[in-house]
Design a binder for this molecule. Structure first.
Ligand code: CDP
Ligand code: CDP
Length: 233
């Protein structure tokens, strides 16, 4: 059998990273980790404990003091390729972390260096045995700079907002396209300009613009790339 590798999928919000990362992991029998879910779970903790004010300011000191009390883990999916559940101190928060209130506060929370170092350490622990596909913003640059396969995904903000909007609409959310677009653009900006491991393409990442691709096409593109890389290992 071939040696297991680490696969890092980074890129912009709602570009399809988790969809393709999950499909690849299922196809090749790897573990999939949604690193964004971990930042969202910490943000949910902050919201629940009154650390996010109405104007969006985060009570950083209190949140940092709480970090040792926050444990984040994942429950295995019910079916191969199915969705795993994000656990916040054992509670399944998978649905709640996708709400707009969390989307609106998560990028400011993700600028806090102590939050990042805690989550990066957890992520590195999860990848110790390799055989992992992880998606996020800084996986190829900071979490696993030596990953054997790195992909950086993007599409126009409008395309990405439309994708996320459709997804939320299907789930019965009352959110508007404008709200989603606004959130996507805001998060892109905060994620790219923060000091601590900003969103950027690793020098050795392969870039994918999937603006005109279907989910099936992008899944195939990723699996083909995996086979090419594994052949050279
Ligand atoms: O909504 P989407 O799936 O695009 O975002 P996500 O992957 O759930 O990530 C939510 C937010 O967490 C991002 O906008 C970043 O602010 C932060 N994040 C990060 O800073 N580093 C990561 N490795 C993953 C997410
Ligand atoms: O993880 P990330 O935020 O990058 O995006 P996602 O949650 O995987 O994808 C957002 C939405 O875009 C999902 O509803 C996908 O079905 C859809 N989509 C896609 O992933 N890829 C395409 N080429 C077209 C749509």
């Amino acid at each position: 059998p071939t040696n297991k590798i680490i696969i890092a999928i980074d890129g912009f919000s709602s570009s399809g990273k988790s969809t393709m990362a999950r499909a690849l992991a299922a196809a090749i029998g790897y573990r999939y980790i949604d690193s964004g879910a971990m930042y969202r779970a910490v943000t949910l903790w902050a919201i629940r404990n009154g650390m996010v004010s109405d104007n969006g300011t985060i009570d950083t000191d209190r949140l940092v003091a709480d970090l040792p009390k926050i444990n984040i883990d994942f429950a295995a999916p019910d079916t191969p390729g199915g969705k795993q559940a994000t656990l916040l101190n054992g509670e399944n928060v998978e649905t709640e972390i996708r709400h707009m209130a969390v989307s609106n506060a998560v990028s400011p929370v993700a600028t806090i260096p102590q939050v990042r170092s805690r989550l990066v350490a957890l992520q590195q622990q999860m990848g110790k045995e390799k055989g992992i596909v992880m998606d996020g913003r800084d996986i190829g640059t900071t979490v696993f700079p030596d990953a054997e396969m790195k992909v950086f995904v993007g599409a126009s903000a409008q395309t990405r907002a439309q994708r996320r909007f459709l997804e939320l609409e299907e789930k019965g959310s009352a959110v508007t396209y404008e709200e989603v677009l606004n959130n996507v653009v805001q998060r892109d900006h905060i994620d790219q300009t923060r000091t601590e491991s900003p969103l950027r393409q690793a020098d050795d990442a392969i870039v994918l613009d999937n603006s005109t691709m279907s989910v099936e096409q992008q899944d195939k593109w990723l699996l083909d790339l995996y086979h090419k890389i594994i052949e050279k290992q």
